[in-house]
Design a protein around this ligand. Structure first.
Ligand SMILES: [Zn+2]
Length: 128
């Protein structure tokens, strides 16, 4: 009996076992990269009192990535639950918790896009 030859497939996608965080990070949209770098820019979106449950249902929306933060507060303001809803592509499925190297790479990708892109260094020009 001969062993079958090992299969030599093309590199798997990010769904594969050899998860490539680097590739996944490079595919993030700019706004997702910036929210991961700077943190979300939460703004109030909706808030309502639910009389039956006697809780406040609060939704904040990120002005940059449009992610949503859903909070439930008691009548006294205690946080009962917090959850997040993100747009497609924000979460890196399969990556788990990002390590320090991945976080460094996020900051680097974010800043290099800013340096090379629409934001130019501040130069004060004297007009007088
Ligand atoms: Zn955001």
């Amino acid at each position: 009996m001969s062993q079958p030859a090992p299969k030599r497939g093309k590199p798997k996608s990010i769904q594969g076992k050899m998860f490539d965080v680097h590739t996944a990070l490079e595919q993030l949209k700019d706004e997702h990269l910036q929210c991961r770098d700077f943190g979300h820019s939460w703004r109030d979106y909706t808030a309502r009192w639910l009389p039956k449950e006697r809780v406040y249902d609060v939704v904040l929306e990120c002005t940059r990535c449009k992610g949503k933060k859903n909070r439930t507060l008691s009548a006294r303001g205690e946080r009962l639950s917090t959850s997040y809803t993100y747009q497609d592509g924000y979460q890196i499925k399969g990556a788990g918790r990002l390590d320090q190297a991945a976080r460094d790479e996020i900051r680097l990708l974010s800043v290099t896009k800013l340096v090379g892109g629409k934001v130019t260094p501040i130069k004060r020009r004297r007009t007088a």
